[in-house]
Design a protein around this ligand. Structure first.
Ligand code: GUN
Length: 284
């Protein structure tokens, strides 16, 4: 279909170009992934990230902890990885079990190895400078921006509505688009009359995790839809937050689920890891 924003295809192209660049480096790149068990989806995401690293020639070490592990054990590993000069990127897979202090653990990852772009330093730089700064930008928002830009979708001066205010997607996405000149509205679960906002959107980005949250009646003709949702249906297949079949008919462009945002997130993790290694290895 011609109005599909094909994240899978773009991610493949970006990974192929990164693979060539990595093959030419005189040093090897290493990403450490730290995961605490207890979330079934995390295991799948982490497996996909590791597979993608290996395919590009990035060394990837996985540190898995059981759901009942003491927080200090995870902290110890993060501290060691922070000091290890052979490790260029550190990723602490979220969510963590409730007994762990996520903010405290994330703070143990130095900004220069924070390839997820979650640290205060990276988020601050993103707010101040957007793409023109030196920040690692969170992978999903960065992937969405690349997908829009490579499909020649104009952002400057457009009304963008972001549904979802998470630290991983909604908030950094809104900031990134703001720095690119969009007029941004952020909606969330306390927003009254969501449709009143979504109908104003030239570009609608939905990152909530609720199947069929957005239907055709809630969008205007010619809208660009980016669906970040990953929801599992009764038959085991996954779908997004947007009712694809009906909304696609009104949309100028729309991301599918799967095959839209997900592959771009992984491609950007690889890109951030490559950048982290270059910065650390080529520092004078
Ligand atoms: N959990 C869901 N998405 C992400 C992500 O992009 N990074 C990390 N670390 N955890 C996640």
């Amino acid at each position: 279909m011609e109005n599909i924003l094909d994240g899978k295809k773009l991610a493949e192209q970006m990974k192929a170009s990164l693979k060539d660049k990595i093959a030419k480096l005189p040093y090897s790149i290493r990403l450490a992934v730290v995961m605490v068990e207890g979330n079934s989806a995390s295991q799948i995401y982490v497996d996909n990230k590791i597979k993608a690293c290996k395919a590009l020639g990035i060394e990837c070490n996985l540190y898995t902890f059981s759901a009942t592990t003491d927080e200090n054990e995870v902290a110890n590993i993060l501290q060691n990885l922070a000091e290890d000069r052979k490790v260029h990127g550190i990723l602490l897979q979220l969510p963590l079990p409730k007994h762990m202090n996520k903010d405290k653990l994330l703070k143990l990852i130095p900004a220069e190895k924070d390839v997820d772009g979650f640290s205060g330093e990276n988020i601050g730089e993103l707010c101040l400078k957007g793409l023109r700064g030196n920040a690692f930008i969170p992978c999903t928002p960065l992937g969405i921006l690349e997908l829009l830009r490579s499909n020649q979708i104009e952002i400057s001066g457009k009304n963008v509505v972001v549904v979802g205010r998470s630290n991983i997607v909604g908030k950094p996405m809104a900031m990134l688009l703001l720095t690119e000149g969009a007029t941004v509205t952020i909606c969330h679960k306390l927003t009254k009359n969501l449709a009143q906002f979504t109908r104003q959107a030239d570009i609608l980005i939905v990152a909530v995790g609720k199947r069929n949250l957005i239907d055709a009646d809630m969008v205007k003709e010619g809208v660009v839809i980016v669906d970040v949702g990953i929801n599992r249906m009764e038959d085991g297949k996954i779908c997004g937050d947007v009712h694809f079949e009906s909304v696609q008919k009104k949309a100028k462009a729309i991301t599918p689920v799967p095959g839209g945002v997900g592959p771009m997130t992984i491609a950007m993790l690889l890109y951030n890891t490559y950048q982290a290694a270059k910065q650390q290895e080529e520092r004078v």
